[in-house]
Design a protein around this ligand. Structure first.
Ligand SMILES: Cc1ncc(COP(=O)(O)O)c(C=O)c1O
Length: 416
């Protein structure tokens, strides 16, 4: 007989709340206060310093800081300057923020399937390439790197761009190489991820042409002192929004950059401990990490054998939540509909008024996402659950999480 679950009126494993997601302390407060005292709160020296330091930490020439990860991914697309209707290959399992920029740039997302790393399957990427493909967006989901060697080789062979979405994967590594350094231009979110100022984002690139367009695109394509078009007559040189951040955000990003390694080490430790402590449960499989890769675990993701457990992933996650554990159910990253192509903005579609633009641009037959299928992705997503990896997790927290997972799995295995 298993322990009675909290969802059925039993005693929860955990009643104490878990700790903070980030350590915002006196040094962060002092850094922001200093900016305010100068009276110059716009985009200035703190943002410039952050761009310098963030690029240097990656050994990359250029960083451009912006106001969100969604904006950063928009900059990546704007930098490559595709034509309307160009195709961008992407995973179905990610935040819409990965491809909103592509859609705003009138591109058409084409979904390739994923494997048990929860990242793009290079063989399916290859199969989805057409003469209209302009780029691949490699999303390092939950902190786990894509197979960057295979994707780089495909991109180079087809002479298309490779863009990394590192929003969830700060300082993850593919075979010893830090993410954000293998794509042509690569985006980050600082809105609650490892490095966070509550908002913000950045792109990294070594390519001077992409950097120039990215900087201009984030700032209404205006010439600025020390910027790419410095000295030109003041004018908006092409269609571009304003995605700038200010020095208060820059100041927090700088202080948090000093702390991010500690957060990441503790997240990795907690994730590996939990994986070890529940390894006896054959019905729960962790996200596969390739030997030699470094997953920085924004969250810890698992796939459930729902047939053997006799419950679905929503029920499993809900039971864990009632045990006092911060667990998420299937589809983290996408809406409740699951794969991005099932979400109304694509499935209806609902992008530009009542038109089917850009899905019909220059095509005899519009792309219809109701027919999209990524079988592996759908199966993995529907059976997924995940645990938030907080840098504050201590050994007792880790034991509570493992205990709760055992308790819930034990219940479904024995008391069906
Ligand atoms: C993979 C991925 N890409 C893009 C984004 C968008 O970032 P933001 O929320 O900062 O706009 C997110 C945010 O969760 C994300 O997880």
């Amino acid at each position: 007989m298993s322990e009675q679950l909290a969802i059925h009126g039993g005693t929860p494993v955990r009643t104490q709340p878990f700790g903070a997601t980030h350590d915002f302390g006196e040094e962060d407060i002092a850094a922001v206060s200093e900016v305010l005292r100068t009276g110059k709160v716009g985009k200035g020296s703190r943002v410039a310093q952050f761009e310098h330091d963030f690029a240097a930490r990656h050994g990359v020439k250029h960083a451009v800081a912006v106001n969100s990860g969604t904006s950063a991914m928009h900059l990546c697309i704007a930098a490559i300057n595709p034509d309307p209707g160009d195709e961008i290959i992407v995973t179905p399992w990610t935040s819409a923020g990965s491809l909103i920029g592509a859609l705003l740039y009138n591109c058409v997302p084409i979904f390739a399937d994923i494997d048990d790393t929860y990242t793009l399957d290079p063989a399916d990427v290859e199969a989805k390439i057409t003469p209209r493909t302009r780029a691949i967006i490699a999303v390092h989901l939950f902190g786990n790197p894509c197979d960057m060697a295979a994707l780089r080789e495909i991109a180079d062979r087809h002479k298309i761009f490779l863009i990394e979405d590192c929003c969830q994967a700060h300082f993850a590594e593919f075979q010893g190489q830090v993410v954000g350094t293998m794509g042509d231009i690569n985006g980050y979110s600082f809105g609650g991820k490892h490095l966070s100022a509550g908002m913000g984002g950045a792109v990294l690139t070594d390519n001077p042409v992409l950097w120039e367009r990215a900087v201009l695109f984030g700032d209404a394509a205006l010439p600025r002192a020390n910027g790419p078009y410095a000295g030109r007559p003041y004018a908006n040189y092409f269609l571009a929004p304003n995605y700038r951040i200010n020095d208060m955000i820059g100041a927090v990003l700088l202080t948090q950059l000093q702390k991010v390694d500690g957060y990441i080490e503790r997240k990795i430790h907690a994730a590996q401990e939990i994986i070890g402590q529940i390894s006896d449960i054959g019905e729960i499989t962790p996200q596969r990490v390739r030997p030699g890769d470094r997953n920085t675990y924004w969250v810890l993701g698992f796939t459930l054998d729902t047939d053997r457990l006799g419950c679905n992933a929503w029920e499993f996650a809900e039971a864990l939540n009632k045990e006092g554990i911060p667990a998420g159910g299937p589809y983290l990253g996408t809406g409740r509909e699951g794969p991005l192509y099932r979400n109304p903005f694509l499935a209806e579609p609902n992008c530009y008024g009542r038109s089917r633009f850009p899905f019909d641009y220059g095509r005899d037959k519009p792309i219809d996402y109701r027919h999209a299928v990524c079988p592996n992705g759908e199966a993995l997503m529907a059976r997924g659950f995940n645990i938030a990896m907080l840098p504050s997790l201590d050994e007792e927290d880790i034991r509570d999480i493992s205990h709760a997972i055992h308790k819930v799995a034990g219940h479904y295995l024995t008391d069906k």
